[in-house]
Structures are given as structure tokens and as C-alpha cells.
Design a protein around this ligand. Structure first.
Ligand SMILES: NC(=O)c1ccc[n+]([C@@H]2O[C@H](COP(=O)([O-])OP(=O)(O)OC[C@H]3O[C@@H](n4cnc5c(N)ncnc54)[C@H](O)[C@@H]3O)[C@@H](O)[C@H]2O)c1
Length: 346
């Protein structure tokens, strides 16, 4: 089979740190033929650094070039996910788009609908799905060993992790704060444990006390005057068959640890914590805790890119697909909507 011809749009942090190394490691299946950024000098420098032939400063020229890509890695900022993904699908490319799946539910729905209409794979880069811990939990689920999973605690909390760089506090570029940037990762994991069912009741609260006040930063210092998003978000997501997710995310929260990312799953037969992976169950009538001190470390991005390529080749894959992205983004939107105080005050 011939190799996929990939183009990367957006040459920032995630393109450089995650996608280029993964694509290069999978060179037998995919070749990076082009990069596109707003600035041609930057695109050319990125291309030269990584041995990529073509550099563009606009995507229209790229799609009109003789060597057309058939696979797009959309590494642009959140407010450009929809635009560049729709254009890529229109140009008959498979797409892996960075998280989140667009700025809102409408964008995610439109992207999923167009992917379906075009018969192309659209996937989102939720690479935390690929940890060996989550893979084991998913297998345990598949084998029915949790019984009925009825509650999940999903947390992505930082004590003072408001990034002092980039667009993280800009609402029109990001679409939101801690929830849309961090919380979505663990929401994807939690929804995966509930077979990506759609919830029927959602209630969320958002806060910006610390973001607006300023203070000590553990990821650079931020400008409180430019803080337009939530620094913390807490949501209760309830499903019609009586299951629930409690989702907590923060850029800043007065808590003990600098950062905690975890999933706690509570089932009728067993429960589990993702990091460090532990399973809590009963064995022969005795309470038993199972630990996994010898799990291998894996390259999650490499595995997620491989899962994307598998999906593009028609193989079984556990990539976050377009429909799942649309469900997730609808939940994110409903959390934000429910967090608006009823008097309309900001
Ligand atoms: N999956 C993850 O764990 C993870 C981690 C970090 C970031 N991300 C996501 O990746 C995306 C990019 O984040 P980043 O940290 O790389 O940001 P970044 O600011 O470093 O890079 C964004 C890139 O988009 C480019 N760009 C902007 N407008 C463009 C245009 N009109 N045409 C072409 N390129 C354009 C910018 O030049 C820049 O190179 C975000 O959506 C973010 O949420 C995901």
C-alpha cells in the first residue's frame, strides 16, 4: 500500500513536540510532504528543520499544488480547528485535529457531518487514551469485570498552572479556559468508560477568582487584566440509565498538589484508579486491591497517530472519532451554558 501524504497545518508547540516525531517514527506508513503556517519564513524554517519538502503560508496554495496531501494534521489554535478541518475534508483528506473538537457543539457537528458525507476519517488527538493503564481499564470494562459502572470522577487540576504564554486566557481564540483546554482530556477518558453515551442532564459551575486576581504562577506569570476564561470548572454530567460523571478541571485552584490528572471509576463489581493504576474489588469474599507496579511506559502520541493511520486504512482503531468528538463538544458547551448565572451576570 502506498504511504499517506501528510501535511501539517500550524507549526507551533504540539506540531513540533508531538506530531512530527510520531509521524517520522511511522515513516513506513506516512510521509510528511508539506507544512503550512501563517508566516512563510516560519513554515520554511520548520520544513527545513524536519526535512519536509514543501512549505506554504496558506492552505489554498497547498491544496492546489501538484503534490496534494491526502492526510491533514490540524495543529492550529482552537478557533481555527473548524475552518481548517472543513477545508481539508472538502479537499478529500483524512484529518486528525488537535483537541478540542472546535469551539462549540455546532462546529463539532458540522465537522462530523462533513467527514461522514465525504467518507473520510476525522479524529481528535486525545492521546491519553493510549496509556497502558487506560488500555487495561478498557479491557477490564470489555470483559464486564467492573459490573455496572455508575459513577466516574474525572479530574485535571492544576494549582497555579495558568500558562504565562500563548493564547490560553483569550476567550475568542480558546473558546474557554480549564475545561476546554484540560478537562476535555479526562472527559474523553470518562466517556470512553461509559461507551460514549449521551448524557441527559448537565450542570456546571465556572470560576475566575484566581485568574482575575493574579498571583504566583507555576507556569510563568499571566496578566490578570487579560484573563477572559474560567480558571476552574466543576460539572455533574448525568446519563439517562442512571450513571454520572463528576468532572473537575482547573488552571488555578488552592489545592495541595501542583497538578493532578486522574480518573476514578466506580462499578458494581469493581472500581479503579487510573494513576497509579489500581483495581478495587472482592476476591473469594475478601476485599482486594490490585496494583500494577510493572507497567511499561509507552509513547502515547505515537500510539495515537498509529491508531489514526489504522482508522484511515480501514482497520480497527481506538482513536477518538468525529462522532465522539461531537458528543464531547456538546457536553462542553452545555457545561458552559449551565454555568451562566440566571441573572445573566458574568
Ligand atoms: N493533545 C494535546 O495534549 C495538546 C497539547 C497542547 C496543545 N494542544 C492543542 O494544539 C493546538 C495548538 O496548540 P499549540 O500549543 O501548538 O499552539 P501554538 O500557538 O504553539 O501553535 C499554533 C500554530 O498555529 C499556527 N497558525 C495560526 N493561524 C494560522 C493560520 N491562519 N494558518 C496556518 N497556521 C496558523 C500558528 O502560527 C502556530 O504555529 C491547540 O488547539 C491546543 O489545544 C493539544
Amino acid at each position: 500500500m502506498s504511504r499517506f501524504k501528510a501535511a501539517i497545518i500550524g507549526t507551533g508547540h504540539i506540531a513540533e513536540q508531538n506530531h512530527v516525531p510520531a509521524l517520522k517514527a511511522l515513516r513506513e506508513e506516512v510521509e510528511i510532504i508539506a507544512v503550512c503556517s501563517r508566516d512563510l519564513t516560519k513554515a520554511r524554517a520548520f520544513a527545513d528543520k524536519h526535512g519536509i519538502a514543501l512549505a506554504f503560508d496558506n492552505t489554498a496554495d497547498m491544496y492546489n499544488s501538484d503534490l496534494k496531501p491526502n492526510l491533514i494534521i490540524n495543529c492550529t489554535a482552537n478557533n481555527l480547528h473548524h475552518q481548517f478541518t472543513m477545508q481539508a475534508l472538502e479537499n478529500d483528506c483524512h484529518v486528525i485535529c488537535e483537541k478540542p473538537p472546535g469551539m462549540n457543539a455546532r462546529e463539532a457537528r458540522e465537522m462530523a457531518d462533513l467527514a461522514k458525507q465525504k467518507g473520510k476519517i476525522l479524529a481528535y488527538n486525545f492521546q491519553r487514551r493510549q496509556t497502558p493503564e487506560y488500555a487495561l481499564m478498557a479491557k477490564y470494562l470489555e470483559e464486564g469485570k467492573f459490573g455496572e459502572i455508575y459513577h466516574i470522577k474525572a479530574t485535571y487540576l492544576r494549582r497555579r498552572g495558568i500558562p504565562g504564554w500563548g493564547n490560553f486566557t483569550n476567550k475568542s481564540i480558546q473558546g474557554g479556559g480549564a475545561l476546554i483546554d484540560l478537562g476535555v482530556h479526562v472527559l474523553d477518558l470518562a466517556l470512553g468508560m461509559l461507551n460514549y453515551q449521551k448524557p441527559d442532564r448537565i450542570i456546571g459551575n465556572t470560576y475566575d477568582f484566581i485568574g482575575k486576581a493574579g498571583g504566583k504562577g507555576l507556569k510563568g506569570s499571566w496578566d490578570p487584566a487579560k484573563f477572559e476564561v474560567e480558571d476552574a470548572c466543576f460539572a455533574h454530567i448525568s446519563f439517562p440509565y442512571n450513571a454520572s460523571i463528576s468532572l473537575s478541571s482547573s488552571f488555578a485552584l488552592n489545592m495541595q498538589e501542583a497538578e493532578t490528572v486522574n480518573l476514578e471509576v466506580f462499578g458494581s463489581k469493581a472500581g479503579a484508579v487510573l494513576h497509579p493504576l489500581s483495581i478495587f474489588t472482592e476476591v473469594e469474599g475478601e476485599l482486594a486491591d490490585i496494583h500494577f507496579p510493572h507497567m511499561d511506559k509507552t509513547d502515547n502520541q505515537l500510539l495515537n497517530t498509529k491508531a489514526f493511520l489504522d482508522a484511515c486504512s480501514g482497520k480497527q482503531s481506538n482513536i477518538c472519532n468525529a462522532e465522539q468528538g461531537a458528543i464531547l463538544q456538546e457536553i462542553v458547551e452545555k457545561i458552559y451554558q449551565s454555568a451562566i448565572p440566571s441573572d445573566g451576570a458574568p
